[in-house]
Design a protein around this ligand. Structure first.
Ligand SMILES: *Cc1c(COP(=O)(O)O)cnc(C)c1O
Length: 410
């Protein structure tokens, strides 16, 4: 493909106008929106307003007058539309790690007598770590079993309480068939807890369409909610009366402002909210979610597939370095919206690209990872990024001490 052909795709792109809604620096091709989305301009405005008028002038009155107390359910209800859930089935709370802990414990509460939490080896570390921590806390009553992805279905048995999987793998971008796995788990009486961190805002997800039980997800990746933005969680309506959260904070109480000594869980999704919500972070997140809702989800995914196909095609057509190997599924239908290439010098390669304004990231041991957020990236960006990658490889620009020094965050 020529650059002119890529530009012609941009001219016909119905999502092209969204790029103007983001504050991105000049001269940067940002291929890390799957790790930290850039700020929507509207988020800057909302943050300033929430800090000045709501916090500064409204003071504590804003819990009622500015809708602060409703924010976790209001924003959750909007995220619900992006993942095929009902508005009363999603809340914003805590981090993904904490939500995984709460909902895995909740799944055990719904399947008493069963002890196995089943997950895959190579899952995102926090998923395995929090599930392991929960199992350690529960002693005889729970154990974490992690098996290779191809063994998951066969490993679901009569002791499995919950299967915990990341829909789109953080490293390879490999995608699980949500409907098939959910059905396989249900056939054995087990529940499924989906991690949607690399899915929400990127690919179409239909939680109720696949009869999902539980889900969690990040909001600072494709939803552009801001660094450390609070996460979301989904509990299917049919489980809300019975599921028990292990973190029985006052915001999950049936009547938080009755100040009762005894804990009585809310009968709805609010029971999964622990403590006071982070209002400024929610203000920024709501701006990101509102922007996402303006775009048609099917179009977002289709553009993402086309961007990643273009990038893979151009890299493989131009880069002659045989050490660079595609580490994501080749079929766009089998992956999410990031692309990983393995290379022995992956870290230095990514640093040399960042120095040229092409920002991706590195995942140990050897993965150079490039995310293609459809709302702010163009086809010309994908073309330019592929050309830059091949140029850095062919010129060996990466081969310099400044690009080998490891930073704390890769
Ligand atoms: C990014 C990511 C997380 C992050 O969890 P935090 O609690 O926000 O740090 C968890 N799981 C997966 C699969 C991720 O990609």
């Amino acid at each position: 493909m020529t650059r002119e052909e890529a530009q012609a795709l941009d001219a016909a792109d119905p999502l092209a106008r969204f790029a103007d809604a983001f504050a991105l620096p000049e001269g940067v091709i940002y291929l890390d929106g799957n790790s930290l989305g850039p700020p929507p301009l509207s988020a800057h405005a909302r943050l300033a307003e929430a800090a000045r008028a709501e916090w500064g002038e409204g003071l504590i009155r804003s819990w009622n007058t500015a809708g602060w107390i409703d924010a976790p359910l209001r924003v959750g209800g909007k995220i619900a539309r992006l993942v095929g859930a009902g508005p009363h089935e999603v809340a914003v709370a805590d981090s993904t790690s904490v939500n995984l802990f709460k909902l895995a414990a909740g799944a055990l509460s719904l399947r008493s007598g069963r002890t196995t939490i089943l997950s895959e080896t190579g899952n995102f570390p926090t998923d395995l770590y929090t599930l392991g921590g929960l199992a350690a806390l529960l002693g005889e009553r729970a154990r974490l079993r992690a098996v290779a992805p191809e063994e998951i279905v066969a490993a679901i048995d009569e002791d499995t309480a919950v299967v915990v999987l990341t829909h789109i793998h953080y490293k390879s971008a490999r995608r699980w068939d949500m409907a098939a796995i959910t059905a396989a788990a249900h056939a054995k009486g087990a529940l499924v807890l989906w991690d949607l961190c690399h899915s929400v805002g990127a690919v179409a997800v239909d939680l109720n369409g696949v009869n999902a039980d539980l889900a969690v997800g990040c909001s600072y990746k494709y939803l552009n909610g801001g660094p450390g933005a609070p996460a979301f969680l989904f509990v299917a309506e049919r489980h809300q009366g019975a599921i028990r959260s292990p973190l029985t904070g006052w915001m999950g109480h049936a009547a938080p402002f009755a100040f009762e000594d005894a804990y009585r869980p809310a009968a709805d999704i609010r029971a999964q909210i622990t403590g006071t919500p982070p209002i400024l972070a929610l203000a920024a997140l709501e701006a990101g979610v509102d922007l996402q809702l303006e775009a048609d989800a099917a179009r977002v995914e289709a553009k993402g597939r086309a961007l990643t196909d273009l990038f893979i095609g151009e890299v493989e057509a131009r880069c002659t370095d045989p050490a660079l190997v595609l580490a994501s599924p080749r079929d766009a239908a089998q992956r999410g919206l990031h692309v990983s290439f393995a290379h022995p010098q992956g870290y230095a390669l990514v640093q040399a690209l960042i120095a040229r304004g092409v920002i991706g990231d590195f995942r140990a041991p050897d993965i150079a990872r490039f995310g293609f957020s459809p709302l702010f990236l163009s086809f010309a960006d994908a073309w330019d990024a592929a050309a830059a990658l091949c140029d850095v490889l062919h010129s060996r620009t990466w081969d310099s001490p400044q690009f080998r020094a490891r930073a704390a965050v890769t």
